[in-house]
Each structure stands twice: as C-alpha cells, then as structure tokens.
Design a protein around this ligand. Sequence first.
Ligand code: ADP
Length: 683
Amino acid sequence: MAKILVIDDDITIQLVLQHLLQEEGHEVVIAREGKDGIRKAREWHPDGIICDWMMPSLDGLEVCRQVKAIPDLATTFFILLTAREEVDDLVKGLDAGADEFLSKPVEAEKLLARMRAGLRSRTLTQQLSQKSALLAALVEVQGCLLADNSTNGCYAQVISTLGRALDASHAYFWEASPDSPNLNRMRVDWFPKQYRHNARLGVQSPHSSYPPASWLQLLAKGQVIHTTAANLPASERQILEDLDIQTLVLFPVTVNGKYCGFIGCENHSRARLWDDSEMDLLRATVSAISLHLERSAAEGEKARSLAALQESEARYRAIVEDQTELICRFAPDGTITFVNDAYCRYFGISRDMARMGSLVPIIPDLTRDFYTHPVVTREHSLILPNGEVRIHQWTDRALFDDQNRLLGFQAVGQDITDRKRAEEEAIKALEKEKELLELKSRFVSMVSHEFRTPLTTILSAADLLEYYIDTWTATKNLEYIQRIQTAAVNMTNLLEDVLFIGRSEANKILFNPKPIDLSEFCQKILAEIQACLATNHLITFTEHFVNFELIHHENRNDLPKSQQPVLAFMDEKLLQQIIGNLVSNSLKYSPIDGRVEFHLIWGKSEVKIAVKDNGIGIPTEELPHLFESFYRAKNTADIPGTGLGLAIVKRSVDVHGGEISVESELGIGTTFTVTLPLISLSS
Ligand code: ADP
C-alpha cells in the first residue's frame, strides 16, 4: 500500500513495527539511527516515517526537522514516538514539522489507525497540491497566451510551463501544414535542466523517423497518442528507444477546425504515463493554443487586409494624382469632396479653394436618372479665370454602395480645346479638299466640252479651207476664216475667264476703281449687247431713286440736291464682267423672244443692279452652289456654258465690297441682284 520508513535504535520496536506494518500491506524499510534514516528517506521517498524521539546521535526531533526541510519529503507523514507526553515536547515536535505523536509502548491499533489517516490526508494533500500546481500552470499558460499577440516567444514560455507542470523530460510544439500533415517542423521545444544536453542533440539531429508517419496521420485525424515505448510494436519502440523516450503523449492542435500540428511531452527517466488531471491540463493548454492561433490568424488576416487596403488606397491615390485628367468627386448634393492635383494645377487653385466651390458648377448633371444612366459623357465650354474660353469633355460616373444607394459622383475631365480646334481645321481642310476635287472634275468636264467644240470648229474649217480654198469663192473662204477666228476668240475668252478665277483664288485681282457715271455705263453696255443679239430678246433699262423715306423716283433730278446719290466709284472692267455675265445669262437661259429687265436702283450709300428674266429658272437646291467655279445647274441641258460667269461676277462684287443675291422660280424666271456700296468722294 505505502512505503514506510521506520527509524529506531531499539531492535525490538523495529521488529514489532515492521511486522505490524507489513501485516497491514505496507512496504517497510528500517533505519537504525537518525543519519541513516535521513539518507534512506532522501533515496527511497517514503510515504510515511515512524521515528523514535530519543536516539543516541541524532534525536527524532532533528531527524524530523531535516527530513521536512527536503522539498520532496515535505509532505511525508511523520510520526514521532515518544515516552513523554508533556505539552512542551509536543510543541517542540510540532515546530519541527511532525504530524503525529505516539507514546511508547506503542499500541498497535492506534498506530495503524493514525498511519492510515495520515497517509490518506497526505494523498489528499498531494493530489490537492498537484491540482493546484496544474491549475497554476494553466493560469500561467492562459495569461501568457492572452497577453501575447503573435510571437514565438509566447509559445516557448507556454511549452516550458506545460513541460514543467507535467514533469516532462522534453516538451514541444510541432507545426504541420494543414494540407500535408507529414510536412512538420518543430516550432518550439523545452527540456528541463537535467536533460538540457539532449536539447542540442534533439534540434541538430532529430531522429529522421520521429514522429512515425502513421502517428502523424492519426494526429491529423484528431487522435491523441498516449503510450509507453514498451507497448509499441518493435519498429516504433526502436525509434523511441533511440531517443531515450519511455512514455509520451502527443495532442493534436487545430486552427479553425483544421489540423495544424501537435503538442508533445516525453518522459525519458521513467515509464510514467500522465494522469487525468495532467491530461486535462494538456487538453486545456492545447485549446488555449488553438484559440491563440485562431486569433493570430484572424489578426494576421485583418492586418493583411488592412495592409492590402492601404496599399490599394495608396496605389489608387497615386494613379489618381498622376493623371493629367482633371478628377473631382462630389457628394450627392453636388458639393465637391475631392479634387486631384491636376485639377488644382489646371484651375490654379488650392484643394481647399476647390472644396469651397466648384469651378465647374454644372458637373455633375444632377438632373439625370443615375440608375439608368450611371455614366454620362458631355462637352462643356468654360471661361477660365484669365478669361480664356476652353472646351472640356467630362465623364460623370455615379457611385453606389453595396445597397445600390447613391454615394456621390466622380467626374473626370480633360481640356479638349486644342483637339476640337484641330478637328475643325481638319474638317475645313477636308471640305476644301473636297471642293477642290469637285472643282477639278468640273473643270475637266468643262474643258473637255468647251475647248473641244471650238477646236473642232477650227480643225474642220481649216480642213475644208485647205481642200476647197481654190474652188470656193472669196466670200465663202472668208466665212470659214471668220469661223476659225470666232472659235479662237471664244477659247481665248474662256482662258481669260479661267485665269481670272486663278487670280482671284490667289487674291490677285486687279482693282482699279474710279468715279464713273454708272447709269450711262450700264446703258452703253446694254446697247452693245442688244446690237449684237441674233435673237428677238428685248432688254429694258430702268433707273430708280430711293430716298430716305423710301419714295421711288424715276429721275435723278426729281430729288433734292442733298439727297441725290453720289457718283459711283468702281472698277470699269470688273463692272463690265458683272453686267455682261448677268445679262448674257438672262438671255441665254430665257426664250429667244424673252424680255430681260435691267434695273438700276440708287440708294443713299449703295446702288443695286437687278437683272430679271422670264427664263428656265434655277432649282432651289442648286442656288447655294451657283457662285462656285465651273458649277452648272442640272436644268441647263444642252445650253452651252462654262460655269465660270457667276463665279467671276461674285469675285468682282466681293472686290467692290458688295453683295449678290438670287431669286428664282423654275420655269418662271430669275432675278440676280448686285448691291454695291457708293463711296462718298467728299469723305
Ligand atoms: P454658265 O456658263 O453655265 O452660264 P455661269 O457661272 O454664268 O455659267 O452660271 C452658272 C449656272 O447658273 C448656269 O450654268 C445656270 O445653270 C445658272 N444660271 C445662271 N444664270 C441663270 C439664269 N438667268 N437663268 C437660269 N439659270 C441661270
């Protein structure tokens, strides 16, 4: 049952006590004197000691004092045998640490009963102190894990506390990869002082087969391994023997339900398995470590998310700030909440100034439906503080949260003024090019037609003359010669016209204005045209005077002198072009017995020349193109023409600073009106 050491110099008492105690089932060791008793107690660790007070060299009181001073023996149940029963002696005995006094002669029943009670209470005390030591260890472990955030130092302390509390020869925490439990590494380990030499050995050359792979599989499945080496199959026992391990306990650790390693304790000196209380401590420690690992993982995850968020924020900010685009953000009510550097630089303002009031007040467009049109791009003209007008293109994007609630807007803008202008230039250049192409094609068709006709005339007349010159009469020959001359003159005129247009394109039209009597000048030209007419056309000339009250007068002399128009100051050659072309067109595009009206309308500072006919008219859609070079309306059919007359008229009018307009109705007739400014000679 228990180990009892009897220390007495009296051989009879030794034998009696030995017999009594062995009868009770105890193991008994005898010491004959005090020193021997202390030595045997130190080596044998008895549960109880029965010691005689009065002994020759060292008395029982001193033996008791010395034994109780040995930590491992402090709880040993100590009975002092004494012949005396005085109170003083009892006090001395108690002071020395004795638990019980029995007087000699020893009463057997009494001794055994006292011994039983003492051993029971010792066991209880031992259990209690072990429990409280385990509890203290658990408190230390938990305090340590709670105080620590993530470092390895905390595990080193936890494992050493655990190892110490479980009286282990080696304790450790091995980490395993959750996906591959065989991938292990010792995270921390601990040896008590007397086993420290193993520490170096263990870390530097761990047994390559420890822990066996089959154990790792069991641990990964959540199984606890608690065994003595002797109970294992030979191969596994050999591994443990190589490492001096007699017993061990391995306890799996999980993080969020996933296996992540194990906590282990070994016993090297004795084959001691751990009791329930110790296993409870181990279990509680493992749970605390699991929790700590979970917390660390969560915090690590949180820190990683935060770092990722900060990094992405920094990256986003850098992108936004590096943009040359102007970026601003608005609250749902339209107030500015953010502007980037480019925005501040562009408008020459600080961020604070920008927040106080937007320079682009109509952005964002708060009137639109953000849900159907979350992104809108529009152009917007803006006057900068320096008065410059710039064109911007803004893309407004409505921003929503997870619940689809409007958070605000982001507007990204860029100055597209230069691009716009370049586009306009390009369009103009394109139009010009198109115009030139059309001009070219019209020119080619005009030349091929208008030059070929006179050339054919010249060639055929020359051929006939060559052949018949000797047979034809002189009159007939002259007629053909004149045909050749007329055709050549027409070609020369045509060339003149082309050259005129060429000069006008280069702004090289000669403008030589001088005072002329416009009325007389017009009438003279009309008379010449009329005289040359081969048709029955009638050309009429009418002159009107319009005073300030818009009253018509037929005669200049009817007007008071102060209101008579001044003399015209014009270029005769250009004027001849204007009148000649307008009148010849009226004749050409009206019936041979048609009437051409020529009106000269005098105002105070301008004069109008209106040429009206009752000819074929001009299709409305073609009116805008009439003054382009080589342009001919589609209804001209086979009426010959070059498309140059009106272009020449227009340029001649322009040079005078005047205007030309046309009114026409198909099949009814056409009226061209030229308005020329009158230049006061006195001014
Ligand atoms: P063209 O040599 O063809 O007459 P113009 O430049 O003088 O060239 O006139 C351009 C075109 O304008 C003509 O081809 C014709 O279609 C139209 N046009 C000019 N004057 C008249 C008019 N009095 N009546 C009808 N069409 C006219």
